[in-house]
Design a protein around this ligand. Structure first.
Ligand code: DAH
Length: 357
């Protein structure tokens, strides 16, 4: 049975262990093994109940005093060790004030040329009074083709090399939109004319070589009201190209073409001498007056409403403007490429500040 001598020698042993504890973890281990639930001091306390009542008071007091002294010793050693640890840190950690300033993430990060050009286009058309519309990448066959006057067996569907999803129970199929044109339909179905929108966005076709990637970007344009005509379309596209390529003048060629959703239809080429490539005509977009069938498919009266539409390859004009040679590099996530062709985050394109300067 423990007596005062036992308690005294336990105290001596404990205090010496505490004294020689070399770090804060050791102190914590000691605290648990002495004062914790099953610790050596707590175990003495538990014996109290087994003692004859006349011994209990004195034994209890002794154990309590032991507990107090051990607690004090633990605290004292702990604060000593914390001070030592702090002094050691202060001595080892010091600032080398001669080091050069490290560039922060703002200097390191780059905006992808596609994102930059996307913003440039929104800025230019925004200035002309267009607003930005969006639609989903996963589209219905009806909006991507049928309502755009491309019925099920129309040969134009073949040109689009579409990624289809499995047909649903009712036979209808979803697909990855092959162009931004379905947003024309979505807008005409949900808004009353006058309509004046551009639609920058991702589109998808089964195609892959130096000038084609399965995912690419287009910007659609749509103007619908009661009097917009072909002259407005030409002016609008010429103004856009001058602003975008940042040149005072530029020649464009409008070639008769065919799209099911426009009549008449035109493809538009750019005289590339204005952008440093003399003697070349470069095709940049398709356009035309919105086909009466398309206007009718959206529940509008083609006798009353008319307007123009265009669809432009965003990646293509990005490559032309910024001299990017291979389309595939745009989507290869190569940081060296991005460092070279990318833009600083604070180079936000504005007409007032000069788009790219
Ligand atoms: N949707 C066409 C394409 O993917 C481009 C296009 C041509 C859009 C003429 C138009 C347009 O809005 O009027 O290739």
């Amino acid at each position: 049975m423990a007596n005062d001598t036992d308690i005294a020698s336990l105290e001596k042993a404990l205090l010496s262990e505490i004294d020689s504890a070399s770090d804060l973890d050791a102190i914590e281990r000691l605290r648990i093994s002495t004062l914790g639930k099953k610790g050596r001091v707590s175990e003495l306390m538990a014996r109290l109940g087994t003692l004859p009542s006349e011994q209990r008071k004195a034994f209890g007091q002794s154990v309590n005093q032991l507990k107090e002294r051990v607690t004090e010793a633990l605290e004292a050693r702990k604060s000593q060790l914390s001070r030592d640890a702090m002094s050691a840190r202060v001595a080892s950690e010091w600032a080398d004030v001669t080091l050069p300033v490290r560039l922060g993430p703002l200097q390191d990060g780059r905006i992808h040329p596609i994102s930059q050009v996307w913003d440039e286009i929104v800025e230019i058309f925004g200035d002309m009074g267009f607003s930005v519309a969006e639609g989903p990448d996963i589209e219905s066959d009806d909006l991507n083709f049928t309502k755009l006057n491309i019925p099920p067996e129309h040969p134009a569907r073949q040109d689009h090399d579409t990624f289809y999803f499995k047909p649903k129970a009712d036979g209808s199929r979803l697909l990855l939109r092959t162009h931004t044109s379905p947003v024309q339909i979505r807008t005409m179905l949900s808004q009353k004319p006058p309509i004046r929108i551009i639609v920058p966005g991702r589109v998808y076709r089964i195609d892959s070589d130096a000038t084609h990637t399965p995912m690419f970007h287009q910007v659609e344009g749509l103007v619908i009201d009661e009097h917009t005509h072909l002259g407005h379309l030409k002016w609008c596209l010429e103004e856009f190209c001058k602003a975008f390529f940042e040149v005072p003048d530029l020649k464009m060629r409008f070639r008769a073409s065919h799209f099911p959703f426009t009549e008449p239809s035109m493809e538009v080429d750019l005289d590339a001498s204005a952008i440093g490539k003399p003697g070349q005509w470069l095709e940049i977009l398709g356009s035309g007056m919105v086909h009466p069938n398309v206007i009718r498919n959206c529940g509008l009266d083609p006798e009353k409403y008319q307007g123009f539409a265009f669809g432009m390859g965003l990646d293509r004009i990005t490559m032309l403007k910024y001299g990017i040679p291979d389309l595939r590099d745009m989507f290869s996530a190569d940081l060296r490429w991005l460092k070279h062709f990318g833009f600083l985050p604070l180079d936000v394109p504005t007409l007032a500040g000069g788009l790219s300067s």
